[in-house]
Design a protein around this ligand. Structure first.
Ligand SMILES: [Fe+2]
Length: 504
């Protein structure tokens, strides 16, 4: 079996098993079990990050006794490094790597050879933890294995089954460990020359902005060097403007920079007035560690907002580009998306699922970009060879979309989109899946696709009437098309869908 097909089947297997699981809290362990099995690893562990203690705590360990839970400081070992650097580590001999921490092996009597570590980062940038797989039976994890574990990590994150801590929780957790009066996270808005408070914690929370050219916070943001100021008013770099305005008295300050992966300044965390005496060097160390995690979150949150905007405009362009290939099928993708959403709303889908379905529908025929015009635009029936060629578009949809690194809720788009020609009785393509093997969203796409195709004008015929189209669809119910999706289509058409589609 070629790699592509094998990987596809693995993804499908994960998707299927997840689809059967109704208890959200059990999803991570289920994903871990499937991945361990598929990759033929001896052991695997899901580590979750605890911002309160800055530690990683193992849970859902496969191949290990329950009681041997592992707790490691974030700044330790390969797993901590993978998370902080947002990087995958794929090692053939873990002991040769300078970051490997052999203490856990020493404690458990286990010997780690090959090791694959993938970080778990929420779309909003929150660090959630990481996945670790140990000792592949063949001795070496492959690049395909890396991608599969990445997909699995995305599945776990997208399922929402792991609670993520909002950024301000990090500051609150910090407050439990250092007794300070005020702590503030400032974001750098360099275009307006200001540091703007994003989160404030302490006796009085307040919304403030600071001039980035003045004071300790500005200096730390600009230089990237953390500062511990034992006596603010004795330090010429301290700017007392805010104190004068608010009547507050700053005694001592701890301030650390937030930096992006490329070292760009993102902002600072500033902590003021230790309740009990002076700030210590170890307080500064702790704050630097917290800032490392918060930097990831702040940067990702900013990137995330940008990329969501870009993603949606790219998507509209992609969908329009397929429809533009052929003027006779213009707007097909858009209309299939509209019908799919109508069906899904009748079935009570939640908002995040509607978005996933809409994107999958918009891109379902994207593979047609790789089909010859002679076949794509042929008038009249296709012969057997041409039909085979046309069928390739479903596989191509997966291959092309799978190159896009979809985030969070969209990670299943390639799979759902590419299975829109599967049939319940297994006679469809490209994978000849049947019944429950076909994701439910793909079954909705199938119904919407057929209905749109029958009712729209084509090269070789005029669009059929609604009644005739629904008769044809009814004939396929249970054999090819899903009965719930078809019933929901009819309800949608009755509830205003016909008018919305301009069919009445
Ligand atoms: Fe299609």
């Amino acid at each position: 079996m070629d790699n592509y097909r094998q990987r596809f089947l693995h993804l499908l297997e994960i998707q299927r098993r997840l689809g059967r699981e109704r208890d959200l809290k059990r999803l991570p362990s289920l994903v871990m079990r499937v991945v361990t099995e598929l990759l033929a690893a001896d052991r695997s562990t899901l580590f979750l990050f605890d911002p309160g203690t800055m530690e990683l705590r193992s849970c859902f360990a496969e191949g290990m006794a329950e009681e041997s839970a592992i707790v490691v400081p974030l700044r330790s070992g390969i797993i901590g490094t993978a998370i902080l650097q947002r990087k995958i580590f794929n090692l053939t001999d873990a002991y040769q790597h300078p970051y490997f921490n052999p203490e856990i092996d020493a404690h458990s009597g286990y010997k780690t050879d090959s090791l694959l570590v993938v970080p778990l980062i929420h779309g909003s940038g929150q660090v959630l933890g990481g996945i670790e797989l140990l000792n592949k039976s063949t001795g070496r994890f492959t690049a395909d294995d890396e991608r599969l574990v990445e997909e699995a990590a995305r599945q776990i994150v997208a399922s929402g089954s792991i609670d993520s801590e909002p950024i301000n929780e990090h500051i609150t957790a910090l407050h439990r460990r250092i007794e300070f009066d005020r702590g503030t996270l400032f974001r750098l808005d360099s275009h307006v020359g200001q540091l703007t408070a994003m989160y404030a914690e302490g006796a009085e929370s307040f919304r403030i902005s600071l001039n980035m050219k003045l004071g300790i916070a500005g200096l730390v943001a600009m230089t990237g060097i953390p500062l511990l100021i034992p006596d603010a008013y004795a330090d010429p770099r301290f700017d007392a403007t805010l104190d004068r305005r608010t009547g507050y008295r700053t005694r001592n300050i701890l301030c650390v920079p937030l930096r992006a992966a490329n070292n760009d300044a993102l902002g600072v965390i500033q902590v003021i007035n230790r309740l009990d005496g002076d700030f210590l060097d170890e307080d500064l160390d702790l704050l630097v560690n917290v800032a490392g995690i918060v930097s990831i979150a702040v940067e990702s949150a900013m990137l995330f907002q940008d990329s969501e905007r870009q993603f949606h405009s790219l998507l509209r362009t992609l969908a329009a580009s397929i429809d533009a290939r052929d003027s006779m099928t213009a707007d097909h993708s858009k209309r299939v998306a509209q019908i799919s959403l109508g069906i899904a709303r009748e079935l009570g889908f939640v908002e995040s699922d509607l978005e996933l379905l809409e994107v999958s529908a918009l891109l379902h025929d994207y593979g047609k970009i790789g089909i010859d015009d002679a076949v794509l635009k042929k008038e009249g029936k296709l012969d057997a060879r041409e039909f085979k060629c046309m069928q390739r578009h479903a596989d191509l949809t997966f291959e092309i979309l799978n190159q896009i690194s979809f985030s969070r809720k969209y990670c299943n788009v390639p799979l759902i989109a590419s299975l829109h020609h599967e049939a319940l009785d297994g006679s469809g393509y490209p994978k000849n899946l049947s019944h429950k093997e076909i994701p439910f969203m793909s079954r909705i796409l199938a119904v919407a696709d057929v209905f749109e195709a029958l009712t729209a004008d084509r090269h070789y015929r005029k669009g059929m009437s609604i009644n005739r189209s629904l008769e044809i669809i009814d004939d396929e119910v249970g054999r090819k098309l899903d009965s719930r999706a078809v019933a929901a289509l009819k309800r949608y058409l009755d509830h205003g869908g016909l008018a919305a589609l301009g069919l009445k």
